[in-house]
Design a protein around this ligand. Sequence first.
Ligand code: CP
Ligand code: NVA
Length: 328
Amino acid sequence: MDLKGRSFLKLKDFTPEEITYLIALGEELKEKKKQGIAHDELKGKNIALIFEKTSTRTRCSFEVAAHDLGMHVTYLDPSGSQIGKKESIRDTARVLGRMFDGIEYRGYGQEIVEELAEHAGVPVWNGLTNEFHPTQMIADMMTVQEKFGRLKNIKFVYMGDARYNMGNSLMVACAKLGMDFVACTSKNYFPDQELVSYCKGVAKETGGSVTLTDNVEEGASGADVVYTDVWVSMGEPEEAWEGRIKELMPYQVNQKVMAYAKPEAIFMHCLPAFHDLGTAIGKQIYEKYGLAEMEVTDQVFESGQSVVFDEAENRMHSIKAIMYATLK
Ligand code: CP
Ligand code: NVA
């Protein structure tokens, strides 16, 4: 499998075989790391990390993975560069492409990361846009594969805001890998119709399926994986909370939902999560709406079914695989 020189912008650009290869490579690199086998095969290379939105997992994963591979990292934070304010994306791409071997970009519209990749002349990796979060997908699918030993015949239920980066990306990933994807949420939060049609077409070829339902019992029954994400994403206005709470509360992942799922079902979340009062936003919401937990209850989050920290660890191994495959 040769992915050298390719950008990693969205899973739509990759075949099921290429995605499967990246998952396997992530496992291989994870094993090497666990066994203490050096894999600094990209020594001498330099990468840039551009973050126009904040991050814990993605940034740390890129940094640790790059160091393990022997690379040097330059981090540009949301205020630390000219990007978009004084210099166009096209010009930025042509400058950074002269200095770096690869560029990670986290920001707003998908068109920005696409434009960066078009002009950089080096691989660009999408570290999250409003529309897609593709590096998260390799980690998530790696985690499902580890827990069940397979991806086929997995009923993967996504609850909550299914029309943003996580819902979109998971639907594409599941379709590409022949899984049974269910978006279980209010009709107003179903993924974009065009993307649903695309995914249904892909699923037909891979043996998977795509279902949209606003019925929790129907959606969650027999699930192998129950997944959720925050109801208001980075960059969305604070005013959005009120409407989201009203419409998405019936789709909170709680014990009742997990009871519909299979007994061996796992709970997943890309994180960060609002499951207690341990965050500033969580406290504000509590003061305003009296809610101590949102998209997932603390009980489910802390339960034995929750694999969220394995998932978070896999971000690093899978991002390493993506960089290795596109640079080596
Ligand atoms: N899941 C994820 O992308 O986390 P960060 O926002 O912390 O990078
Ligand atoms: N939907 C979330 C994902 C965070 C990893 C956001 O965009 O904020």
